[in-house]
Design a protein around this ligand. Sequence first.
Ligand code: NAP
Length: 304
Amino acid sequence: METKPRIGFIGLGVMGKPMAKRLLEAGYPLTVWNRTRSKMESLISAGAKGADSPKEVAEKSDIVITMVTDSPDVEEVVLGPSGVIEGAREGLILIDMSTISPYVTKRIASQLAERGVKMLDAPVSGGDIGAEKGTLSIMVGGPKEVYEKCLPILKVLGKRITHMGPNGMGQMTKLCNQVICAINIQAVCEGLTLAAKAGLDLEKLLNVVTAGAAGSWMLSNLGPKMIKGDLEPGFRIRHQLKDLRLVLEAASDLKLPLPGTALVQQMLRAVEAGGLGDKGTQALIVAMEKLAGFKVSQGNEPET
Ligand code: NAP
């Protein structure tokens, strides 16, 4: 029987923890590290080894996966003091599954290449539910042969996995994904606000509309949360703002106008300014409620 590569996992947040758990359950020897150590405990109890630093994770792994927040965070855990690069040896593979800048990704990949480390950028879509069920969409940039080598691991985490080109192209794909997601959430909010104002039964509305041409992941998964006033993340408002910042930076670099995205960014910023940055993106409904001057959802009380 072929031995499975040793995997290291860095970043055990909403997404990272269930992804690491799936890899452990699939039989991969797993070493984990998280800045807040308490988040390592459940995985260590389930059989993973805990490390004291990203450097130690790299020393004990053949493939290291990072799932942290933003570009500077990936730079810190990979290139910083006690980072992956300090424990790396020729042949190590880094798979960054966080959503970060395509430009920073290229820079990290070339710094790692100088040390004989190959990198894939492999951001994901499908939310915490997709992370738990292993049904994520995974958009991969990097050398094709490294992608093929890592495919069995990515298949534990995702359902649709696509190689998009060299390093950075996975992240660029994710930014396109985020444009479509963001404007879609705004559309769901506006549809529900109109429905509430018109006195429609929102449960019935969701039931019929999700089955038609307006159906979408956002409508099916976030619509019910919006009408219940369940604002728990999921995907945090502040992370979506981070992604839209990356989108608008890329669009600016490419001299491309994205007016819908810019509008949704401002709406999300209003939600964050109201203190809800750590809530899920369905909290965009709160901004709509303020604009509309009435409450759409049953559970949250917008400030007046
Ligand atoms: P999260 O719950 O906030 O977790 C973030 C993780 O990153 C935590 O483990 C955090 O450590 C770690 N981290 C952040 N900055 C760090 C630093 N400088 N050094 C070391 N560790 C650091 O976020 P998440 O929802 O899992 O998202 C992770 C990534 O996946 C983000 O890039 C996000 O955009 C992307 N993503 C999220 C979703 C979603 O639905 N949630 C979907 C697709 C993609 P601590 O525990 O110490 O804070």
